[in-house]
Design a protein around this ligand. Structure first.
Ligand SMILES: CC[C@H](C)[C@H](NC(=O)[C@H](C)NC(=O)[C@@H](CCSC)NC[C@@H](N)Cc1ccccc1)C(=O)O
Length: 325
C-alpha cells in the first residue's frame, strides 16, 4: 500500500494506535503530530515495565545498527516522558518504508506509559527540529519518507469509537465531505501551529477569544485544550455545566444537549460536533468535557478536534488541510 494504516482507538478514544514494522517486528504505536521522537518499548526495559506490552528486540533484527554515543530524553506536557539510547532500523508503515530510520530505545519510561499497555511507543510527526536525540537530532519518519511519496503529506482520519486511518502520500477525498481548506502553518516552534482566535457556538456570532491566539494540531493529545474564554463561553451554554476542581475541569449532566463549536483554523471556521464534546462519564449522572481550558497560552487541538475534522499535514509547503468528516 501507499502507506495506509489503521488508527484504532483505545477506550474513550484516549489514544489511537497504529501498526509499525521495525526490522520485521510489528508494534502498535501512538502517532503523535505534537512531538518528533520515534521511541519504543524494548528488551532493555525491565520485565515489570514491559508487562503487557509488545516490545522490540534489536538483537532479533538483521537491519538494526546502534547509533554509537547517541541518547534521547523527552518530556511531554502532561508530565510524562521517556529516555534511552538510539539505533537505526528499517521502518515500514503500510508499505511506506524508510531504511536507517532513527529508532529510540527507551531504558526509562514514566508510569503512565507503563500502565497504558496498548501503547508500545510514540511515532513523532511534528517537525524534526523538536527531536531530542543528542548529540545530533535525527529526522522523523515523515521527514525521511517525504521525498519518496506521491505527495509530501500525511493525513489523519480519526473516528469516535471506530477504526480510522493514517495515510502517507495522498489525500483520500472519499474520506470527507465538502471542500478541504488549506491554511499556512507557523513552524517556528516545531509544531503544526496556526492562528486560532475566533470561535462561535452553534453557528452563532463569531467572538474573539484572545487576539493572535495560537493552536497546534496534536493527534497525540486526547482532548481539545482551548483558550479559557472559549471554554467558559461554551459551557455557559450548557445547563448544569460546572468547572469542577475535583474532576480537573468542566463537567455537565450526561444528558445535556451539547452545542456545536466553531473554531477558526488560520481564519477559516472548523466545526467540532457537540456530540464529540461529551468525552467520558465520571459518575452515574456526570460527564467530563472533551473541551477544556488550556493551561498554557498555546491551544492544543487534540483528538476531539480530529473526530470532526479530517486533517492533511503537508510537509511540502507547510500547510494544514482540514475538512468535515
Ligand atoms: C513539558 C514539556 C513541554 C511541553 C515540551 N514538550 C513538548 O512540547 C512535547 C514534544 N510535546 C507535547 O508535550 C505535546 C504538546 C504540548 S504543547 C507545548 N504533544 C505530544 C504529547 N501529546 C505526547 C503524548 C502522547 C501520549 C501520552 C502523553 C504524551 C518540552 O519538552 O519543553
Amino acid at each position: 500500500g501507499t502507506g495506509l494504516v489503521t488508527a484504532t482507538p483505545e477506550a474513550n478514544d484516549v489514544e489511537y494506535l497504529s501498526p509499525v514494522t521495525i526490522g520485521g517486528q510489528t508494534l502498535n504505536l501512538d502517532f503523535d503530530s505534537g512531538s518528533s521522537d520515534l521511541w519504543v518499548f524494548n528488551t532493555q526495559l525491565s520485565r515489570a515495565a514491559t508487562q503487557g506490552h509488545t516490545i522490540y528486540d534489536p538483537t532479533k533484527s538483521k537491519t538494526f545498527a546502534l547509533m554509537q554515543g547517541a541518547s534521547f530524553q523527552i518530556s511531554y506536557g502532561d508530565g510524562s516522558g521517556a529516555a534511552g539510547n538510539v539505533g537505526t532500523d528499517t521502518v515500514d508503515i503500510g508499505g511506506a518504508t524508510v531504511t536507517q530510520q532513527a529508532v529510540e530505545l527507551a531504558t526509562a519510561v514514566s508510569r503512565s506509559f507503563v500502565e497504558d499497555t496498548n501503547n508500545n511507543g510514540l511515532l513523532g510527526l511534528a517537525f524534526s527540529q523538536l527531536n531530542t536525540i543528542q548529540p545530533a537530532p535525527q529526522k522523523t519518519f515523515f521527514d525521511n519518507v517525504k521525498s519518496s511519496l506521491a505527495e509530501p503529506l500525511f493525513t489523519a482520519d480519526l473516528r469516535a469509537q471506530a477504526a480510522g486511518a493514517y495515510e502517507f502520500g495522498r489525500v483520500d477525498t472519499s474520506k470527507f465531505t465538502g471542500e478541504m481548506t488549506w491554511v499556512p502553518v507557523n513552524t517556528t516552534d516545531g509544531f503544526w501551529q496556526f492562528t486560532s482566535e475566533k470561535f462561535s457556538i452553534d453557528g452563532g456570532a463569531p467572538q474573539t477569544s484572545t487576539a493572535g491566539a495560537q493552536a497546534i494540531a496534536d493527534t497525540g493529545t486526547t482532548l481539545l485544550l482551548a483558550d479559557p474564554a472559549v471554554a467558559q463561553a461554551y459551557y455557559a451554554q450548557v445547563d448544569g455545566a460546572v468547572d469542577d476542581e475535583q474532576q480537573g475541569g468542566f463537567t455537565f449532566p450526561c444528558n445535556a444537549q451539547l452545542p456545536d463549536l466553531q473554531l477558526d483554523v488560520g481564519g477559516t471556521m472548523a466545526t467540532v460536533k457537540g456530540t464529540d464534546i461529551n468525552f467520558a462519564q465520571v459518575d452515574d449522572q456526570t460527564c467530563f468535557g472533551g473541551l477544556q481550558a488550556s493551561p498554557a497560552g498555546l491551544q492544543i487541538y487534540g483528538d476531539i478536534f480530529f473526530k470532526s475534522n479530517f486533517v492533511a499535514f503537508n510537509g511540502g509547503n507547510n500547510t494544514l488541510g482540514f475538512a468535515q468528516h
